[in-house]
Unconditional design. Structure first.
Length: 92
């Protein structure tokens, strides 16, 4: 099965919300009928109609805010223990 990627201006259904794809990286859609911007999963959506508004643009400031939001919610890597094990060596 071939997975279709969303394109700018597509009308999609994601998380029970309809919206127009307005940015792909990060994936952002503008919901309908209330015009709010939300992140959607490009691997889990339903295409309703292609190219409803292919010239739709989103402000770069909004994209920057979404990127910062995503980065702030990324899990921090667990410590490897390398530094701590160096401190716990027993002198003989």
């Amino acid at each position: 099965m071939r997975i279709m990627r969303p394109t700018l201006g597509d009308l999609i259904l994601s998380n029970d919300e309809y919206g127009t794809v307005c940015h792909l990286n990060p994936p952002i859609m503008r919901t309908r009928p209330v015009a709010t911007y939300v992140i959607f999963d490009p691997k889990n959506y339903k295409l309703i109609e292609c190219a409803v508004d292919p010239n739709f643009k989103v402000k770069p400031e909004l994209v920057d805010r979404v990127r910062k939001y995503i980065a702030a919610r990324q899990p921090t890597p667990a410590p490897t223990g390398g530094e701590e094990s160096d401190r716990c060596q027993v002198d003989q």
